[in-house]
Design a protein around this ligand. Structure first.
Ligand code: C2E
Ligand code: CA
Ligand code: CA
Ligand code: CA
Length: 275
């Protein structure tokens, strides 16, 4: 029994070593990816239910690694945050999104995800200013998406950052709404332009009265507070009809379009939204 115990301990140790090595390797690959231009952005349209027109796009990061293939942001963003690499990646995302969106045919807004580490970095406001200046994008067209968890640490400091960003003229969206806690407190203290209702509520089945009640409640809250409410992750016509009935102002999801490479935006806008 004793040797069994040691054996499994060694096995555990070896597995930990292996895990650390592969994390370290991923970190090195991530740092290299930036200089080797392995990142790109795709853009997913949002549609206004009021006008039935495209209201804006969300920029989403893609990594084509030569050895791993396409890696999902869900798999590398957490490590990029832990190691701090997210600061340089996030800066690249901001500059690239502003530059690419500046040349689009209409004045659609462009939403960029900002991670907690980026949000806490003292340079954020400067980086946003310089991305706007070098691209010539009007500040009103840039929207920054942050999640509730971004603001947990120091609420006073978070409010200062939010207000500084707002004073540049950029818009602020609260992402994945409903999945964190203390969300309502933030809505009270800062007037976001947009609430993005998490996919988990939107994609509940037809027999999910609780999910639907939550979407309805968030929409009505948004309306009272003068904030847009975007239903995320709408995949089916049925979900679409439901979020319309529940009072959302905008919709985003595969039903409208998958995220598109920058080169396809102009033709997407020309062809109109498939009904
Ligand atoms: P998110 O910000 O909540 O982005 C929405 C995610 O849902 C995207 O996944 C999008 O492709 C996916 N999606 C959109 N419509 C549908 C749908 O109808 N059905 C389904 N099943 N999925 C849909 P993606 O691109 O894999 O990104 C995952 C997450 O990674 C994002 O969640 C965001 O948290 C993070 N992320 C992506 N790009 C960036 C970035 O540039 N910076 C940072 N900090 N995070 C990013
Ligand atoms: Ca987002
Ligand atoms: Ca989201
Ligand atoms: Ca999310």
């Amino acid at each position: 029994a004793k040797s069994d115990g040691q054996g499994s301990y060694r096995f555990f140790e070896a597995a930990m070593d292996e895990k650390m090595r592969s994390c370290r390797k991923l970190e090195i690959d991530l740092r290299r990816a930036l200089s080797l231009r392995e990142f790109s952005l795709v853009y997913q349209p949002q549609v206004s239910l009021h006008t039935s027109a495209v209201s804006g796009f969300e920029a989403l990061l893609r990594w084509q690694c030569p050895t791993r293939g396409a890696v999902s942001p869900l798999d590398f963003i957490p490590l990029a945050e832990q190691t701090g690499v997210i600061t340089s990646i996030g800066e690249w995302v901001l500059r690239t999104a502003c530059r690419e969106a500046a040349s689009w045919p209409n004045d659609h807004s462009i939403a960029v995800n900002v991670s907690g580490v980026q949000f806490a970095h003292p340079n954020l406001v400067k980086v946003v200013m310089s991305a706007l200046a070098e691209s010539g994008l009007a500040p009103q067209r840039l929207e920054l998406e942050i999640t509730e968890s971004v603001m947990l640490d120091d609420q006073g400091q978070s409010l200062t950052v939010l207000n500084n960003l707002r004073s540049l003229g950029v818009r602020m969206a609260l992402d994945d709404f409903g999945t964190g806690y203390s969300s309502l407190g933030y809505l009270r203290r800062f007037s976001f332009d947009k609430i993005k209702i998490d996919q988990s509520f939107v994609r509940g089945t037809a027999h999910d009265p609780a999910g639907q009640a939550i979407v309805r409640a968030i929409s009505s809250l948004g309306q009272s507070l003068g904030m847009k409410t975007v239903a995320e992750g709408v995949e089916t016509r049925e979900q679409f009809d439901r979020v319309v009935a529940d009072g959302c102002t905008d919709v985003q999801g595969y039903l409208i379009s998958r995220p598109l490479p920058a080169g396809q935006i102009a033709s997407f806008l020309d062809d109109g939204i498939p009904q």
